[in-house]
Design a protein around this ligand. Structure first.
Ligand SMILES: [Zn+2]
Ligand SMILES: [Zn+2]
Length: 362
């Protein structure tokens, strides 16, 4: 009778993936050999057993096979589980970084990820704030790797590819180093074939076997109205090409600031200077935002530094429709020089105020 993985992990046959993981994590903490210095040997056995059970039950395919037949075939080891078959090293990192701070002596994992080259490409362009205000089309030139036409991307002059001998066609190399109790297992892209599993019989001279050549490309980017800084615009299939796979291009926007006003989300912030009689009596102003002119009122009795909100005259909203608001910080100018008439009038005003204050106080 094969092992009862459910019993080993202490879960029901109907347990969810989450329950299985939870139980595994608890048991892994309990039976980690570093946590059991007095009966290390026993803990090692138990630890391997729960890892095996977890390897099977956490994988829907393996679990189904196991439920049906009572056994599972592991990659290279047939029905016998070996550490090399374990694909959840990241779980350990997760668990033990928290529990032990770091791995104890001789028990160390390197989680392995076998990634092909990153085929996505990012190109940053700088646009004026005005372009973001109105939206516009902008042409972009950039370089990328495209499929080599000479070999149609195969990298092979005659199109014939042989299975890579180093990795036997898997595209992966497993670097195993003895480190005491655990082996340090690292899976990397095969260095002979670059992770492809195949190598050209005769190397294409145009692309030197890579299957792609560098080319200058251009395209039109539609900068949307209300575009925000660092906005990424995606162009599917316009990134790097590598052996028949093509990534995406991301055009990233850098939006330049202006000196006369500041964009604050959907709002526009600006300042306006008025004289103190205007502040006292109220006044009106025009403001130009790019090609738009907005008219607004400053009410009587406006104080220095007060903010006037002009509804819906701000920046076009990136999400949703309409515009944000225009926020005007009112500054009051105090004249440094006065004509004799002005002086006279102001003195009159002052004496008026004195009288008023006097009557108010008494
Ligand atoms: Zn080629
Ligand atoms: Zn290879």
């Amino acid at each position: 009778m094969a092992k009862d993985y459910y019993k080993i992990l202490g879960v029901d046959k109907t347990a969810t993936g989450e329950e299985i993981q939870k139980s595994f994590r608890q048991l892994a903490r309990k039976y980690h050999p570093d946590a059991n210095p007095d009966n290390k040997k026993e803990a090692e056995e138990k630890f391997k057993e729960i890892s095996e059970a977890y390897e099977v039950l956490s994988d829907p395919d393996k679990r189904t096979t196991y439920d049906r037949t009572g056994q599972v075939n592991f990659g290279g080891g047939g029905s016998n589980f070996r550490w090399e078959d374990f694909t959840h090293f990241t779980d350990f990192e997760d668990i033990f970084n928290r529990v032990f701070g770091s791995f104890g002596n001789g028990s160390m994992f390197t989680s392995a990820r076998n990634e092909g080259p990153d085929l996505d490409l990012a190109v940053r362009i700088t646009i004026d704030l005005e372009d973001a205000y109105y939206g516009r089309k902008q042409s972009v030139r950039y370089r990328r790797n495209v499929t080599c036409q000479a070999c149609k991307g195969s990298g092979s002059k005659d199109g014939v590819l042989n299975t890579c001998r180093t990795c036997g066609g898997t595209g992966q190399e497993r670097v195993v180093q003895g480190q005491g109790f655990f082996n340090m297992v690292t899976v990397i892209s095969c260095r002979t074939c670059g992770g492809r599993g195949k190598i050209p019989r005769i190397v294409c001279q145009t692309c030197h076997g890579s299957g792609s050549v560098s080319a200058t490309e251009s395209l039109e980017v539609e900068v949307p109205k209300g575009a925000v800084n660092n906005l990424k615009i995606r162009f599917k299939g316009r990134g790097q090409s590598y052996h028949g796979r093509t990534g995406d291009l991301f055009v990233v926007l850098s939006i330049e600031n202006r000196t006369d006003f500041v964009r604050d989300g959907d709002n526009i912030l600006t300042k306006e200077w008025i004289s103190f009689p205007e502040a006292a009596l109220g006044t009106e102003r025009d403001i130009k935002v790019f090609n738009e002119t907005f008219h607004y009122k400053i009410p009587p009795g406006t104080q220095p530094g007060e903010m006037i909100r002009v509804k819906s005259c701000g920046f076009p909203k990136f999400k949703g429709s309409g515009n944000g608001d225009l926020l005007v910080r009112v500054q009051i100018e105090v004249p440094k020089r006065l004509s004799s008439t002005q002086k006279e009038l102001l003195e009159k005003l002052l004496s008026e105020q004195d009288k008023k204050r006097f009557w108010q106080k008494t």
